[in-house]
Design a protein around this ligand. Structure first.
Ligand code: NAD
Length: 339
């Protein structure tokens, strides 16, 4: 069993699906045998680029193939729940694109179903598999940053305007998955404000604020209407601070030995602040494509009993925060408690 390849079907061969197919096809322990897409043009592209797989419009035909063990879903968010449910009911393991579903109740239902049918449910929170985020997780886990103070994320560009979800559901899952992994706990409350500049009414510029308690807050700016692309994350701790710039070709992470020390407070309650201006370290982090790491891990979970970095349960947590952010957005920035 451990030597047998995992037979994989990918549903959705639009923008992101081909990246998943390419990485599963390259993994020596996996074989992509089906690519399903409703669009004939995309099926022709799949036949051309991956002739070893069968291109089909019928998810039902694919689900009837007993050899298929893992179904990978890379279709629009509104379709995730139904496709994942059908795949689990057909006895397949499932890897779903972020965000897991469009509603938290659906995400919870999928986790329950996976448990009942004894299948694995994974969510593609791709950033958790980048070497840089893995490095950040290790730094935080070792206590090298000290107590976490804030997270500042900027994820903006002239983005593809989606039709079935807004910029928060499109881009924020990346920051939320990173944040939940670093904080190790969900936020206590969230605030979201934003605006729409198209007839669809879907928010295309948004600011998120999340409060994790114990002094840790996060601010994230997501935007489809920016002239420049920025992918910045700052994580500040009491001991050190990190800048992660995902757009750098190399040297994406800089570790700053900087911060403040509140030395005293005088009678007028003016805090006396001392500045620490130490060295900047650029760690050598070997580059690897995140999806290749993720595919390797998914196969190891199915064959070797490895523990997933991004299971369905994490997908539920991300969707829970997205839903709360959506509620805050509707109520023009009202604080929403998650307890
Ligand atoms: N992890 C990442 O970094 C990342 C990046 C981009 C997109 N995504 C996610 O990937 C998913 C797809 O996004 P995209 O940008 O590739 O969308 P897309 O619209 O480019 O592609 C979706 C494809 O799915 C097909 N499709 C739709 N419904 C289908 C169905 N019921 N059965 C079979 N095929 C169907 C469409 O014909 C289309 O080709 C979304 O969940 C998105 O959030 C993730």
């Amino acid at each position: 069993m451990a030597d047998e390849p995992v037979f994989v079907a990918v549903v959705g061969f639009g923008y992101w699906g081909p990246n998943l197919v390419r990485n599963f096809a390259r993994n020596p322990r996996a074989r992509v045998t089906w690519i399903c897409d409703l669009d004939p043009g995309r099926r022709r592209a799949a036949e051309r680029d991956f002739p070893q797989a069968r291109a089909s419009a019928s998810v039902d035909d694919m689900l009837r193939d007993a050899q298929v063990e893992l179904v990978v879903i890379a279709t629009p968010i509104s379709t995730h729940f139904d496709l994942a449910r059908r795949a689990l009911e057909a006895g397949k393991h499932v890897l779903v694109e972020k965000p897991l579903t469009a509603e938290v109740a659906q995400a919870e239902a999928l986790v329950d179903l996976a448990r009942r049918v004894d299948r694995r449910l994974f969510v593609d929170h791709t950033y958790l598999f980048t070497p840089e985020v893995r490095y950040l997780r290790d730094l935080v886990a070792r206590g090298d940053l000290g107590q976490l103070l804030y997270f500042d994320g900027v994820r903006i560009n002239l983005g593809l305007f989606q039709t079935d979800h807004d910029v928060v559901w499109d881009l924020a899952p990346h920051d939320l998955s990173i944040l939940l992994a670093l904080a190790g706990r969900p936020p206590r409350s969230v605030v979201c404000v934003g605006s729409s500049h198209t007839a669809s009414g879907l928010t295309d510029v948004a600011m998120l604020h999340l409060d994790f308690g114990d002094q840790l807050t996060a601010n994230v700016h997501v935007n489809w209407l920016s002239p420049v692309k920025v992918r910045h994350v700052i994580v500040a701790g009491t001991r050190r601070m990190v800048l992660y710039n995902d757009l750098e070709a190399t040297e994406k992470v800089r570790l700053y030995d900087r911060g403040i020390e509140v030395t005293d407070a005088d009678a007028q309650r003016r805090a006396a602040v001392g500045y620490r201006l130490g060295d900047v370290l650029i760690p050598h982090i070997p580059a690897r494509e995140a999806l290749a790491v993720e595919v390797e891990e998914v196969v190891a979970c199915l064959r070797d009993g490895a523990t997933p970095t991004s299971p369905g349960e994490l997908g539920v947590e991300v969707v829970r925060v997205l839903e709360a952010l959506g509620r805050s957005l509707e109520r023009r920035g009202e604080r929403i408690d998650l307890d």
